[in-house]
Design a protein around this ligand. Structure first.
Ligand code: N7H
Length: 499
């Protein structure tokens, strides 16, 4: 018999002593240090009190929404454990009493002392839901068909680069396990596997981790990431310049979601996962070889300037729209100012002027801000990814070539949440990043035909001559594949998925 849904915290507290994990491996239940990172540049999460008050006003139930969805790019260590369900009845029978108490809702992540040792989230592919005999149409064709269906024509991926697990049929779901140590993550994974009692097998896994020391919060090319996620009504208080987006763009069944869904899908979200390899030595060499020629800058600064114009932000996170020729680390570290721009300036012709930020910059391609009138409110995602793989080695730096050793692969475990994949991740990649207008996105753009290293010709990268084309002959980001998942609410796990 199913239990009526009880807010997670009460269940967790009640069941905590029953978990038999080795206390020598797991940290004490009450945390004193956060499992999230908090670089100064990133918007702070709302306090538990602020979120409780905002969510009450908007009617959002933060104890029912899985924690990863609204948090953004703040995880310290995160394991993506992709699994195959081999015994669906057993799996479902363990979900309610066994796994649900481990699932971390949003409310629990907002204060250090309510955070678990390891935050656990769970999402299913369409194949996984079908395996569980959940046959309702969730109202998203991209999810229903799986990411492989989008591979070449929509995303522009070269299929031969896909990890075999993503190209195959074995991925039914993914556990997202986040903590401050890999030991904690591994201990929680063992606990989950014991609870599931042989009903799943591993299909693939990817360990993500924030980069070390002063690079924490920066992705592998060196850029601070996660600054410009939208503010969500009912959750976060907007910072200056931050767009405020209805919760229904990210959460099914909430205000702003116009699609008819099964009632149980409310407060779930579609998770687009991508393993995006980054060829860092090649990217660095390209910047040096094509450094700009501002006479007031050194050669190194001119290389940095080219990278900043390709990205739309300096590595520090400072937006080039506000500081076009020199980095400004103080601005970068100030969330009151570092997202407060929209590419328009007094006396500027927004349609032709690229002196501050090229039209092709990754940031501008994936969110044109005032470049669209009225400002776009339909095509937004919450980015919640994390870097994976080791730092660049000395040998790679010396040769300017990424190693072919698989253990040295590095990149971004890209995660995007949305309530409509075709309006969210797939739209951004296909219609904005891969769009040849002004040149495809110099970071993530492809020709959209599934061919590798097709030369890209973004304009506007050189402020001295915006018509000059700096051709990019190779891909710096290579898609290794991915899958679309549905991240259900806690009540859906209890009342619909579990038996
Ligand atoms: Fe991007 N990067 O680190 O180089 N991204 N991204 N992204 N991205 C952004 O403002 C990066 C990818 C978006 O609101 C920043 O938070 C890398 C995909 C969007 O102004 C940096 C990869 C898609 C924004 C990066 C990658 C997007 C954004 C600036 C792949 C969607 C916000 C930091 C390896 C299809 C735009 C920040 C806005 C910002 C990087 C992938 C989308 C530094 C390395 C696949 C919407």
């Amino acid at each position: 018999m199913r239990l009526a849904f009880v807010p997670f915290l009460a269940v967790a507290v009640a069941l905590q002593p029953a978990f038999c994990t080795p206390s020598s491996v797991l940290k004490p239940r009450t945390r004193t240090n956060s499992l999230l990172i908090s670089p100064a540049a990133l918007p702070a999460l709302p306090s538990a009190q602020q979120a409780a008050s905002a969510s009450a006003d908007a009617g959002l139930n933060l104890t029912n929404i899985q924690g990863d969805i609204l948090i953004g790019m703040k995880k310290n260590k995160e394991l993506f454990f992709f699994f195959t369900i081999i015994n669906s009845t057993l799996f479902r029978s363990q979900l309610g009493s066994g796994i649900l108490p481990l699932i971390t809702p949003t409310s629990q992540l907002l204060a250090v002392d309510t955070q678990p040792t390891t935050a656990v989230n769970l999402a299913f592919s369409q194949r996984g839901l079908t395996t569980l005999d959940i046959t309702d149409d969730l109202g998203d064709t991209a999810f229903a068909n799986g990411q492989i269906d989008n591979v070449a024509s929509i995303l522009g991926d070269e299929t031969s680069n896909w990890e075999s697990a993503f190209a195959g049929t074995s991925i039914h779901g993914v556990f997202l396990l986040a903590s401050d140590t890999v030991d904690n993550v591994n201990a929680t994974l063992s606990q989950i596997q014991a609870l599931l009692n042989g009903s799943i097998t591993e299909a693939y896994s990817l360990q993500g981790q924030a980069r070390p020391a002063d690079q924490q919060g920066h992705e592998h090319f060196g850029f601070m990431d996660g600054i410009s996620n939208p503010a969500v009504t009912g959750f976060s208080t907007p910072l200056p310049g931050q767009q405020v987006i209805d919760p229904g763009l990210f959460l099914l069944g909430e205000t702003g979601d116009t699609v008819t869904r099964p009632a149980w899908a409310k407060d779930g979200s579609f998770l687009a996962f991508r393993q995006l390899q980054q060829r860092v030595p090649e990217f660095n060499k390209f910047l040096v070889d094509n450094a700009l020629s501002n006479p007031n800058l050194t050669a190194d600064q001119n290389a940095e300037l080219l990278g900043a114009r390709m990205m739309g932000r300096w590595k520090s996170g400072a937006p080039v729209d506000l500081t076009p020729t020199v980095d400004d680390p103080v601005l970068a570290a100030d969330p009151q100012r570092n997202n407060n721009f929209n590419y328009s300036h007094p006396g500027f012709d927004l349609d032709t002027d690229q002196t501050h930020c090229p039209f092709s910059a990754h940031l501008r391609k994936t969110n044109p801000r005032a470049g669209l009138t009225p400002e776009n409110t339909a095509n937004h995602i919450i980015r919640a990814g994390i870097p994976y793989g080791p730092e660049v080695t000395d040998a790679e730096n010396a040769s300017n070539v990424s190693s072919t050793d698989p253990s040295l692969e590095r990149g971004l475990a890209f995660v995007a949440y949305q309530s409509d994949i075709n309006a969210g991740f797939a739209f951004l990649q296909q219609f904005w990043a891969n769009n040849a207008g002004y040149g495809v996105d110099p970071i993530i753009g492809t020709d959209g035909l599934g061919q590798p290293d097709v030369p890209r010709s973004p304009s506007g990268l050189d402020p001295a001559d915006p018509t000059r084309i700096i051709t990019i002959e190779q891909d710096f980001v290579v898609s290794r594949g991915g899958e679309y998942f549905f991240s259900p609410s806690l009540s859906a796990i209890q009342n619909t998925l579990a038996i």
